[in-house]
Every structure is written in structure tokens, then in C-alpha cells.
Design a protein around this ligand. Structure first.
Ligand code: CDP
Length: 209
């Protein structure tokens, strides 16, 4: 029963983090927000004044830093929980996330981390069902209407969200895409409890097969 993974992908505002967290809580599993990892590396690059377009420098940074996402997002011991959501990071994270060297370092960390979890883990991001854990126990792709997605984004402007979405969909390295065998759930007008409940039912059905 070890190493069970629920992999969740979807665009900004589709409800990934909230739903993934709730599913993990209900199952008693751990949870990994991989977006927070890309954001933390971006934060560190900005605070060191590095050129985020420099692939080698950013790739090195991504493999060297110490990262945590829970209970707080930290990079080299510095708490960046609030900083990772600011406008500068929203703007630069798409460049950092498009860097194949950064992605390689993040994916290695994500797999290593998941392998250490005692029961199971819920992991969410953009490439989790397609690249990081293509053989996950359950693969989910969350969507929501554009209006609902921009409503959920809080402080980030609609323009910034759509720029990030566009960058995530069109980059060469692991673009956001729906894997053929992922269960697609539209979260528009549905509560977190409903969506999390459906995912858990699906998992139970999968496990009893
Ligand atoms: O704002 P939202 O929660 O949708 O984004 P996030 O999950 O915090 O991710 C921030 C950015 O990191 C995304 O726009 C992607 O560019 C990148 N990302 C990625 O490329 N791959 C992942 N597995 C997770 C995030």
C-alpha cells in the first residue's frame, strides 16, 4: 500500500491546491504543492538579483537550494510563504518554470519526496500527471470556467493569470496538458467538499478493482 499517489494538474484558479489539500486531509495523506517550489526558487533568484533568463545559473540554483513547502514555504531556511505570491514572482515564475534544468531538479526532488511518504501523497501542479507521476494511482485534471478561475485568483490580476496560463500551455518543457487517462473534473459552481468527495470515491473504486 505504500507510495500511493493522487496526481492533480490544471490551470491557475482551477481549484487544485484547495482540493488537493482537502483530499490529503481526508485520507490522512501528505500533500505537495509543486507550484510553491517553482515560486520559491523564483523568489530566491529575485532576491539574489540573478537574471531569471539565465538557464545555467537558475538550473544550478534549483539543484542547490534547500526547499520546504510545509508547514511553511522556505528556501535556504528563509520563510517566503507570503513573498511567493507577490507580483514580481507571478511575473517571473513562468520564465523559471520554462527552464528545463530547473524542471529536472524539481522533478527529481518531487519523486524523492513522494518515495519517502509512509502511506500516500496528493501532489498538484502542471506536469504531475504527464511527467512526474505518469503511473500515479489516480490522475485528475481540474478545470473551471474562465470567469470562476479569475474570481478565485484573489489579488492576482486577470491579465497576469492569463499570461501565466498561456506561458504554461505553450512552453517546450513539460507544457500543461491533459493526459489521456486523467479524470477531468470541472469545478465550476461546485464546492471543495463535493470535488474532494468525488476524487476519494474514484480512488476507492480504483483500489477495489
Ligand atoms: O497560481 P497557481 O496556484 O495556479 O500556480 P502555482 O501552482 O502556484 O504555480 C505557479 C507557476 O509555477 C505556474 O504558473 C507554472 O508556471 C509553474 N508550475 C509548473 O510549471 N509546474 C508545476 N508542476 C507547478 C507549477
Amino acid at each position: 500500500m505504500s507510495h500511493q499517489i493522487i496526481a492533480i494538474d490544471g490551470p491557475a484558479g482551477s481549484g487544485k491546491s484547495t482540493v488537493a489539500r482537502q483530499v490529503a486531509r481526508e485520507l490522512g495523506w501528505s500533500f505537495l504543492d509543486t507550484g510553491a517550489m517553482y515560486r520559491a526558487v523564483t523568489c530566491e533568484a529575485l532576491s539574489r538579483g540573478l537574471d531569471v533568463h539565465d538557464e545555467q545559473v537558475l538550473g544550478r540554483l534549483a539543484s542547490e537550494v534547500t526547499l520546504t513547502t510545509l508547514p511553511r514555504v522556505t528556501v535556504n531556511g528563509r520563510d517566503v510563504e507570503d513573498e511567493i505570491r507577490n507580483d514580481r514572482v507571478n511575473e517571473a515564475v513562468s520564465v523559471v518554470a520554462a527552464n528545463p534544468l530547473v524542471r529536472r531538479a524539481m522533478v527529481a526532488r518531487q519523486r524523492e519526496w513522494a518515495a519517502q511518504q509512509p502511506v500516500g501523497t496528493v501532489v498538484e501542479g502542471r506536469d504531475i500527471t504527464t511527467v512526474v507521476f505518469p503511473d500515479a494511482t489516480l490522475k485528475i485534471f481540474l478545470t473551471a470556467s474562465p470567469m470562476e478561475r479569475s474570481r478565485r485568483r484573489g489579488d492576482e490580476s486577470a491579465a497576469s493569470v492569463s499570461r501565466r496560463d498561456e506561458a504554461d500551455l505553450t512552453r517546450d518543457a513539460s507544457p500543461l496538458r491533459q493526459s489521456d487517462d486523467a479524470l477531468v473534473l470541472d469545478t465550476t459552481g461546485r464546492t471543495v467538499d463535493e470535488v474532494a468527495g468525488e476524487i476519494i470515491e474514484c480512488l476507492s473504486a480504483r483500489q477495489s478493482n
